[in-house]
Design a protein around this ligand. Structure first.
Ligand SMILES: [Zn+2]
Length: 378
């Protein structure tokens, strides 16, 4: 490992970057096993890398209760979403092996306890709805009935879907330091980047040293655009339209929970661990359907004292090309009417791409449209 000084970057959440990787125990073969769901596997890998610092394992009851009630760990540190492992019942031993869906052991968990939880209550507090049409709530209601708590030691990391983009917090921090960045803005996305988001990442970049484009590549709901297509779009866009020494693209291995406001806080805290000092929060961040108000994911940051999260949220409006301004703009910066603005609905864009039509250059870069049209064809 190179010895690039990273002390000038923002401190990880809780002060120290957690590392929960280690060796497999000699008695691994004799341990009871617990098979993880895809969301739990994402969480496990993020526990291993320190992306969920200061968490060292799946949450115990005190942290869980405190998080769902007050968006804080039991020690008072802000934390907005449960990171829990659902099981049928208590294991017999004091350690269990955690396996992937194929049964391959990845980690050992030191059993701290098993506790009951109320799915309705978790849904109401964490997701603000108990409607099972909500994908996060649906998953919550379909999981097992107890939570297993304990520290994990991960000896087999998940095989990354995009090896060249698989950067742990320690790696992104080193990359930022090597580039001489101190202030870095993180951009969470689970969609291709069109002109609107290109614009707001660049507006943010104007005020800091570097930009981390950090697409979520864990589980998303079925109708989201596949990660491989999105990654191809990001690479094409960055190559053509961003200065190479000011931008880094890396994969964010989290699974979507679609918890809207609470997930916006959680996304910000995770990015702080990756070394970001700033975080872009658009309208309806991490939302789905119409479960959350347009600005809820921005307003929730006011539930914390200034600087308590440390990472600075940067709030944005919807942006668009305005024909009169002759530039990208938002309702905040452009006085013109709808007729002067190039705004296309998601449905309209999908329809155009599906027909092999390139949307207007004011809406999307032609190179990005090409990638998407190609993906629709195959
Ligand atoms: Zn205008």
């Amino acid at each position: 490992m190179s010895a690039v000084a990273t002390e000038h970057l923002i401190k990880p959440h809780g002060g120290e970057l957690v590392d929960r990787t280690g060796d497999a125990p000699a008695d691994l073969g004799s341990l009871e096993t617990v098979q993880l769901s895809s969301r739990e596997l994402s969480d496990l890998d993020m526990l291993a890398s320190g992306a969920l610092s200061p968490l060292e394992g799946f949450m115990g009851q005190a942290d869980y209760e405190s998080v769902i009630e007050s968006m804080r760990l039991s020690n008072g540190l802000p934390w907005s979403l449960p990171v829990c492992l659902a099981v049928d019942g208590a294991p017999s031993g004091d350690r269990v092996a955690l396996t992937d869906e194929a049964g391959t052991p990845l980690a050992v968990l030191e059993v701290e306890g098993v506790y009951d939880y109320d799915k309705e209550r978790e849904a109401e507090l964490a997701y603000r709805t108990t409607d099972t049409a909500h994908p996060g709530v649906e998953r919550l209601f379909s999981q097992k009935d107890k939570y297993l708590a304990g520290k994990v030691t991960v000896f087999e990391r998940a095989t990354p879907q995009f090896p060249e983009l698989a950067l742990d917090p320690v790696d992104t921090r080193r990359a930022f330091a090597e580039r001489g960045w101190r202030r870095v803005v993180g951009f969470q996305t689970r969609n291709p980047i069109h002109r609107a988001h290109e614009y707001l990442t660049k507006v943010a970049l104007e005020t800091v040293d570097g930009l981390l484009i950090h697409p979520l590549v864990g589980d998303t709901k079925g109708d989201d655009i596949p990660a491989a297509t999105r990654v191809a779009c990001y690479e094409t866009l960055v190559q053509g339209y961003y200065p190479a020494d000011r931008v880094l693209v890396a994969a964010f291995p989290a699974a979507m929970r679609y918890a809207g406001p609470r997930e916006a806080i959680w996304h910000a805290i995770c990015r702080k661990n990756y070394g970001c000092s700033h975080f872009i929060v658009g309208r309806d961040h991490a939302g789905v359907g119409s479960y959350y108000g347009t600005y809820d994911a921005q307003l929730i940051f006011d539930d914390f004292e200034p600087h308590e999260l440390d990472i600075e949220p940067m709030f944005f409006e919807h942006t668009f090309w305005c024909k009169v301004c002759g530039s990208m703009a938002s309702t905040k910066s452009c006085p013109h009417g709808d007729d002067d603005r190039v705004v296309l609905s998601g449905t309209k864009v999908r329809e155009m791409l599906g027909n092999g039509e390139v949307p207007p250059v004011e809406f999307t870069r032609p190179e990005v449209a090409e990638v998407l049209i190609e993906a629709y064809r195959s």
